[in-house]
Design a protein around this ligand. Sequence first.
Ligand SMILES: C[S@@+](CC[C@H](N)C(=O)[O-])C[C@H]1O[C@@H](n2cnc3c(N)ncnc32)[C@H](O)[C@@H]1O
Ligand SMILES: Nc1nc2[nH]cc(C(=O)O)c2c(=O)[nH]1
Ligand code: SF4
Ligand SMILES: [Mg+2]
Length: 267
Amino acid sequence: MPVSSELSVDQDSQPDSEGPALPVNELFESLQGEGVLAGVPSIFIRTSGCNLRCWFCDSYHTSWEPTHAWMDLDEVIDRVSEFDANHVVLTGGEPLIHEESIALINRLANRGYHITVETNGTIAPPPGTPIDLASISPKLASSTPTPERPPAGGEEDAVDAEDWQQRHEAGRIDHDELTALIERFPFQLKFVLTGRDDLPEIEDLIADLRAGTETEIADSDVLLMPEGQTRSQLAETRQEVAEVAIESGYRYTPRLHVDLWNDAPET
Ligand SMILES: C[S@@+](CC[C@H](N)C(=O)[O-])C[C@H]1O[C@@H](n2cnc3c(N)ncnc32)[C@H](O)[C@@H]1O
Ligand SMILES: Nc1nc2[nH]cc(C(=O)O)c2c(=O)[nH]1
Ligand code: SF4
Ligand SMILES: [Mg+2]
């Protein structure tokens, strides 16, 4: 199943070829673990690089310490076609910081794949981009790294956390880009909750977004996902998040892949 083990991992590598390429951290088949399509066999393409730095990022090697090999879009499509699934999930890092992601989405759509894009909601692709589900995960205040809350698994990055605190805080919510995403594509809004205290910020954001668009945002389009990279971390947050879902009327989403495979890579 894993294919990325064949890729050389070189932080400073540049694309070898002249053609369009993407920094790919891993490419694998699994079950969609989150959101309205949870349980659907899917091929994941994980690009490297992110414009934010959530302290809890479960893809540390795409944000805090970006590692990748460059892959031609032709090669990405060849790898994708080796699997049986017809759902593709483009994720990262933040896949939409890369212009080439749009070309990849177009090429995959031409081949008939259902395309989900996992995004932090700060960059809206052009209208008409053939995205079947924009899986938008706006980042709450509780995601911001601080020296006291450095990236999970990288305590030595406490200094970077100080640098990133302001940058992350300033960039994490962009109302115009969020509205454009919601108006242009079928969407879900999938929030990571560290606990009950995160709910008021979600309610305020949903109210602001509803006030700024004619596109309907139903309560069932809003999903609450417990923070946790491992089964034991999830065990500490999911009960409370489930209760918040019942009280608020928003949906709860599990993290199926963590239940099944814990924090193993390429799952
Ligand atoms: C690694 S991100 C990549 C896509 C994009 N950068 C984003 O944040 O939406 C993929 C998904 O994992 C979620 N996520 C990351 N770390 C998490 C954690 N520790 N617990 C729960 N969800 C997490 C993100 O919110 C997002 O929905
Ligand atoms: N199984 C599985 N489902 C997922 N859904 C969104 C993911 C992501 O990292 O974007 C993800 C992931 O990493 N694994
Ligand atoms: S926005 Fe996504 S990839 Fe970037 S740091 Fe946050 S969770 Fe990780
Ligand atoms: Mg993931």
